[in-house]
Design a protein around this ligand. Sequence first.
Ligand code: MN
Length: 474
Amino acid sequence: MPYDDLRSFLETLDKEGQLLRVTDEVMPEPDIAAAANAAPRLGDAAPALYFDNVKGFTDARIAMNVHGSWANHALALGLPKETGTKEQVAEFIRRWADFPVRPEWRDNPPWGRNTMDGDEVDIFRVLPLIRLNDGDGGFYIDKAAVVSRDPGDPQNFGSQNVGIYRVEVKGKRRLALQPVPMHDIAQHLRKAEERGEDLPVALALGNDPVISIVASTPMKYDENEYEMAGALRGAPAPITRAPLTGLPVPWGSEVVVEGVIEGRRREIEGPFGEFTGHYSGGRKMTVIRIDRISYRTDPVFEHLYLGMPWTEIDYLMGPNTCVPIYQQLKQDFPEVQAVNAMFTHGLVVIVSTKKRYGGFAKAVGMRVLTTPHGLGYAATVIVVDEDVDPFNLPQVMWALSTKMNPAGDLIRIPNMPVMELAPQADAPGIVDKLIIDATTPTGSDRRGNFSNQVKDLPETGEWLTRLHQLAARR
Ligand SMILES: [Mn+2]
């Protein structure tokens, strides 16, 4: 059953025992971020956190860690909370086939009831802002769906974009936003600046959980995120027009912030503790002028802690990073079996594949590096045989231990693009990339001694079932 907004999802999490209400009074800092930092360590069924008794605020409602466990991620997709990681990725792949599903336009969004315009805009009166990591340069908004359109092709629904970017609060009506050059909003901004224009944007906060998933999915430039949300939800995504900019925004959001990225203006933003487990320093970033805020009468501030993995962001961006790379590889290489790009947003990618001929696995590894996401993220690609499960790390380690000979299996490609946040890059944005071929050589590639691989005994599968049954009866 799809959710039309954050609240109905929080209700389901509550019913499923996946929402922990912290009712004791807490300090805004460091308690809320520290609790969200700790929450995923409760394991695969870690709950979301809900705070409404925050010292110094009379009217704060803050939801943290909403996507921060495999159980919550499963519920977001409408799956039973026990659904395993691999099964969730497999189901994601199946639903991807339904793309595109046209959204449903609705009127009277619940966030239309309260507004602030122009000089009366004060974001501090709407959001109970808190800092996340102790070295952050300020308050951040890091889970908003940011909507923009291509200024050269404004009517094209496909090239309209919904993405999550880091946003720093700089003042009552000023924000800073980081557009990574590999992301769609950077292309929109470049076109606007070439025309000497500002870029209108809408930031939707507090959303149906599938909106956050599609907004952080590396889709192709002309693929529309709402049409993917419809495929993942199994029902059209409810959207509406933002009143000032006319941009398509989720109907069910808690808060919608509208304004413009001011063309050709940059100001210092940061530092910010990032998903890489490292801080970015202060850098010159784009500036948003807020012209209007619309919000529900009792808005819930949905926020996300990130830092040393694993945190909520690793669950949020896990399956949705694997699936597009899998789909894109599969178009040219149907031999590809599975892709695990869940580590640090795919800075490492593990691919299992059958091989057509000698050298094939290396070619598959090269292709990963030129997928839209691979260009900016994949720094290391590990390729394994089709009988190795990329989600089973002991199996991957076995392949690395026994199949990989550095003499012929390490391919290093110098001076490749990577997002500037990658800490290992010496000059930010440029890194050497590595393909590790941990597959069994085949065809004309005759290296190594692999003729006698031990196989499972034929009866092992039968015994696994039998042992499960015996163990369950104990
Ligand atoms: Mn896009």
